[in-house]
Design a protein around this ligand. Structure first.
Ligand code: 13P
Length: 305
């Protein structure tokens, strides 16, 4: 009889108890984040918007770069920082050709200097070329484009970020959850974002690091996060950063939204107080890129006064 009760407890009661405890701890975490969020909302902080164009592995023909560069040069940077991530082969062809203060930010870098690192791009080489920004942690490098090799881990990305900052560059650091996590709700989303951020907390200098929140389910799918989803997630990420670092860091750090951002949805997303700009993929290869920049510059101009 006793072994039967013990078996029953192990099979049924224990998992239920564990589930309840897990839910309670999730609720406590959410409550703690909401407290920080409330505190941060009271701070009146001006954040200059920032929009990036990630050209990924495009265009195929370098002859098309001229048109893309002209497209960027047609954008106004008076109310918004701009950076462009050309494909690694094209970085040197774009660097030095942007005339409106837009910066070139390579899409990746290695975790140490020059040397025997076949196929890599060293931060040291970027410094020597006058490059000021580098983007890392894109979900397509974290393992989201189907390569049968391990994705880049949070620890590796923290090593890269430290190296970038040590060499005097600035960094766009991408994070974001897959669809399976989004389906579990906001607590799971924020917990995934926290897992991706925890190793870089010591390096979060708002003058040198921009966070790009890009939900994987929204990248290249045409499914954009709704303004409510984006705001809730950005505010949650900011609250987590506030909880783990300081209110000053959290309220000054810029958090971009990325994932099917375009000229049509940029206005509504820009109205979200915690969305500080965009990381744009396919629309950055089109003339509408400048409309996205104008939309966020206009939406934030009021708060910059
Ligand atoms: P899309 O704008 O094409 O969805 O890409 C977003 C992205 O991954 C930018 O880094």
């Amino acid at each position: 009889m006793i072994p039967m009760i013990a078996a029953l407890a192990i099979c049924w009661v224990l998992p239920v108890l564990l589930l309840i405890m897990q839910q309670q701890s999730q609720a406590a975490k959410a409550e703690a984040l909401e407290e920080v969020s409330k505190r941060l909302r009271k701070k009146l902080v001006m954040r200059r918007p920032v929009v990036g164009g990630n050209w990924k592995c495009n265009p195929a023909d370098p002859a098309k770069l001229e048109g893309l560069i002209a497209n960027v040069n047609a954008c106004s940077s008076s109310g918004c920082d701009i950076y462009i991530c050309p494909s690694p082969l094209h970085v040197a062809l774009v660097q030095g050709k942007l005339r409106n203060g837009a910066k070139v930010a390579p899409q990746n870098c290695n975790f140490s200097g020059c040397g025997a690192y076949t196929g890599e791009m060293a931060v040291d080489q970027m410094v020597a070329m006058g490059i000021e920004w580098c983007l890392i942690g894109h979900s397509e490098r974290r393992g989201e484009f189907g390569l049968p090799t391990p994705g880049e881990s949070p620890k590796l990305l923290a090593t890269k970020l430290k190296y970038i900052l040590d060499k005097g560059l600035k960094c766009v650091f991408c994070i974001g959850e897959p669809l399976s996590v989004r389906k579990q709700g906001i607590s799971a989303v924020l917990s995934t974002c926290a897992d991706q951020l925890v190793d870089i907390l010591p390096y979060l200098d708002p003058d040198k690091v921009v966070i790009a929140y890009e939900p994987v389910w929204s990248i290249g799918t045409g499914v954009t996060a709704s303004p409510a989803q984006a705001q809730e997630t950005h505010a949650g990420i900011r609250a987590y950063i506030g909880q783990q670092t300081s209110d000053d860091v959290a309220s000054r750090i810029r958090i971009q939204y990325g994932g099917s951002a375009n000229a049509k949805n940029a206005g509504a997303l820009s109205a979200c107080p915690d969305v500080d700009g965009f990381l744009v993929g396919s629309a950055s290869l089109k003339p509408e890129f400048s409309e996205i920049i104008d939309a966020v510059a206009k939406a934030k101009a009021f708060s910059m006064l």
